[in-house]
Design a protein around this ligand. Structure first.
Ligand SMILES: Nc1nc2c(ncn2[C@@H]2O[C@H](COP(=O)(O)OP(=O)(O)OP(=O)(O)O)[C@@H](O)[C@H]2O)c(=O)[nH]1
Ligand SMILES: [Mg+2]
Length: 334
């Protein structure tokens, strides 16, 4: 139903009904209230609601999940490193030590310029502080329930070029399970993203005569399992990092740990090089708590390897030896 627009702004006036002006104007057009635009009547000013700002997403600074890493990789060129090793080999400690080194200043020829995972790093670092109440520095155990996570570092070279590193961490139990149940290997998503895969070899278990034999067999089995199932296909480099060098080097000298370790590493390297892997081996000590005199070992060189400038891609045409067309053979003939 259409309601006729009021003809008089005086709401008590019945001019619209009976044609008589309440104020006695005749003709009614003489009334100042008659036939004025109702829009001209000023509405009492309504209180304006303050505008509600849209929520702004803020970066939590926690460790990156796989989808966060993929998003970051779309924005920046990120070098990804996977740390592979069984429980308590020292993966998380290595991460904490790298961050700790940058907290002190430039390290391995690079300066810290930022991190998308500062809070996660700080949380690891807090376990090493006196205020944590612990007698010696440590890091929290990575549980099998914890998701695969990545720690990010943005590092600058002298010329100002910034390099992004993402280092994967996950629980050692998952890698142990994948070694024996190879159908789990395809679930190790970090390996598909990794430019470099580092196998961490526990120097403390190698230094123990009781566990040495079984452990070395399991370690080789791990590299074999990942290699045979194509999990190392995308990595340009593979490293064996023997951890806890403070323990390996100070345990009973008669056990000749270092000689044993070096021979074992050399054998692994030559066997896997024959299988086509670009593999090398190195000693590291990320937390010299068994012997402070040993100090941090191999971390500087390791970060330099991880961040070394990549050679420019080969663009020159390569000669084809047995090409079917004469034209394609020209370069080989030259
Ligand atoms: N002496 C010595 N101990 C170390 C070194 N690196 C790590 N550790 C110790 O080894 C233990 C295990 O280290 P983590 O870093 O938690 O090992 P992880 O590989 O992350 O283990 P999961 O989280 O179980 O997969 C901790 O008590 C560390 O303090 C080292 O270089 N020297
Ligand atoms: Mg851990």
């Amino acid at each position: 139903m259409n309601i006729a627009a009021p003809i008089c702004s005086d709401t008590a006036c019945r001019v619209q009904v009976d044609g008589v002006c309440r104020l006695g104007n005749d003709p009614v057009e003489g009334c100042p209230h008659y036939a004025i635009e109702m829009d001209d009547i000023e509405e009492p000013a309504q209180e304006q609601e303050p505008p509600i700002a849209q929520p702004v997403p803020i970066w939590s600074s926690e460790a990156l999940l796989l989808e966060n890493l993929v998003a970051l990789k779309r924005q920046r060129q990120v070098r990804t490193i996977a740390l592979v090793g069984e429980q308590k080999v020292g993966k998380t400690t290595l991460l904490a030590s790298i961050y700790g080194a940058y907290c002190k200043g430039p390290f391995a020829g690079l300066t810290f310029v930022g991190s998308e995972t500062l809070l996660a790093f700080a949380r690891l670092q807090s376990f090493a502080l006196v205020s944590s109440g612990r007698g010696s520095p440590t890091v929290p155990r990575t549980s099998r329930r914890d998701p695969l996570s990545f720690f990010h570092l943005a590092l600058a070279r002298g010329g100002g070029e910034v390099l992004d590193l993402a280092i994967a961490d996950r629980s050692g139990e998952t890698y142990t399970a994948a070694r024996t149940s190879t159908d789990l290997i395809s679930t190790l998503a970090e390996l598909r993203h990794a430019d470099r895969v580092c196998f961490l070899l526990d120097g403390a278990r190698l230094a123990s005569m009781d566990s040495r034999t079984a452990y070395t067999r399991h370690f080789r089995q791990m590299i074999n399992a990942l290699n045979d199932n194509g999990a190392l296909a995308t990595a340009q480099d593979v490293e064996i990092l023997s951890t806890k060098f403070d323990i390996t080097s100070t345990a009973n000298l008669e056990d000749k740990n270092i000689e044993f370790l070096d021979e074992y590493q050399a054998r692994l390297v030559s066997d896997f090089q024959r299988k086509g892997l670009a593999i090398s081996s190195h000693h590291i000590c990320a937390l010299p708590k068994a012997d402070r005199g040993v100090g941090f070992v191999g971390l500087d060189e390791m970060v330099r390897r991880w961040t070394a400038p990549t050679p420019p891609p080969m663009v020159a045409p390569q000669p084809l030896r047995d090409a079917t067309r004469q034209f394609d053979r020209l370069l080989a003939k030259a």
